[in-house]
Design a protein around this ligand. Structure first.
Ligand SMILES: [Zn+2]
Length: 258
C-alpha cells in the first residue's frame, strides 16, 4: 500500500487546483502559468534534496529509534491509536517551532525568505522551498524523530498528511465563511496562512502552524482578523515590484542582502 499515500496527495493537489480556479480567494498579480512553472522548477530541486538528504538520514534514524526504544513515545505504554495520535501532534508541534526559527534566525531566514518571495499564493507555493532550507531542516527533523520516537511508518504518515495540509493552506481556494470558520477550529486554512504571507511584519509574525491551529492559539500567535483584501502577499523585507526569476531566487540566499 506504499502507493496509497502519494496517490492521495496527487488527488488532493488536483482537487485544490480545480477549486482555486473555481473559487479564488485572492486576485493573482502574476500570470499563473509562468508562476507555476517557476514554482515547480524550484520544487524539483527541493524534491531531489529531500530524496538525497532527508530520506536517507531521517528514515533510518526513525528505524534505529524504534529498535533502541529511544524517544518519548517509547517511554509511555500507550495503545497504538493513542501513540499514533500523540506522535502526530508532537511532530506538528515541533514543526511549529521550526517555522518560527526559520523567520527569527538570520541564516535560516535567508533561505525561508525565498518561499515568502512568491507574490501570489497557490498550491504550487507549497512546493516552492529553497533546497538550502530543506537541507538545513534535516538536523531539526532528526531532533524531532529522536525526541518523539516515531516509527518510520508514523513518520511517513505525518509527512504525507503535512504535505496535504501545506498544499491546502497555500492554495488560493476561497472557502465559504462557514466552512472556513469550522475548519480553523482545528486546522490552518488558506485565509489564515495568507495572513502569515503578508508583507506586513505584524501579520507575518502569526499563524506559524503547518497543521493544527492549536499551537498558535496556545502561544497567542493565532490571527484571524485580517481581511485578505488588506494583505499584499510577499516577504516583509522585499520591496521589489517584479517577481524574481528562477536563477535569482536560487542564488539569493548566498548573496549579500538586497
Ligand atoms: Zn513562513
Amino acid at each position: 500500500m506504499r502507493w496509497l499515500g502519494p496517490a492521495l496527495i496527487a488527488a488532493a493537489a488536483a482537487a485544490l487546483i480545480v477549486m482555486e480556479r473555481r473559487r479564488p480567494l485572492r486576485r493573482a498579480t502574476e500570470p499563473r502559468n509562468r508562476r507555476d512553472l517557476r514554482n515547480l522548477a524550484i520544487a524539483a530541486v527541493a524534491g531531489v534534496t529531500v530524496h538525497l538528504l532527508e530520506q536517507r538520514v531521517v528514515e533510518p534514524l526513525a528505524a534505529r529509534a524504534a529498535e533502541r526504544r529511544w524517544g518519548l513515545l517509547n517511554r509511555l505504554a500507550l495503545p497504538r491509536w493513542a501513540r499514533a495520535a500523540l506522535g502526530f501532534a508532537l511532530m506538528d508541534y515541533t514543526l511549529y517551532f521550526w517555522h518560527i526559527l526559520t523567520h527569527k534566525v538570520p541564516l535560516l531566514w535567508r533561505f525561508h525568505r525565498v518561499h515568502h518571495l512568491d507574490r501570489d499564493l497557490s498550491a504550487t507555493t507549497a512546493l516552492h522551498f529553497h533546497f538550502g532550507e530543506l537541507a538545513l531542516s534535516v538536523p531539526w527533523r532528526a531532533f524531532q524523530v529522536l525526541l518523539t520516537g516515531v516509527t518510520p511508518a508514523e513518520l511517513r504518515l505525518w509527512q504525507q498528511a503535512t504535505l496535504v495540509s501545506i498544499l491546502f493552506h497555500h492554495s488560493n481556494w476561497g472557502l465559504s465563511r462557514g466552512l472556513d470558520r469550522a475548519l480553523t477550529r482545528f486546522v490552518v486554512t488558506p485565509r489564515l496562512h495568507g495572513i502569515h504571507h503578508s508583507m506586513a511584519s505584524a501579520h507575518t509574525s502569526s499563524n506559524w502552524s503547518s497543521g493544527l491551529t492549536l499551537w498558535d492559539r496556545l502561544h497567542g500567535t493565532y490571527r484571524g482578523d485580517v481581511p485578505q483584501r488588506a494583505i499584499t502577499i510577499g516577504a516583509p523585507d522585499d520591496r521589489r515590484r517584479r517577481p524574481r526569476p528562477l536563477d535569482e531566487a536560487l542564488v539569493l540566499p548566498f548573496r549579500a542582502r538586497r
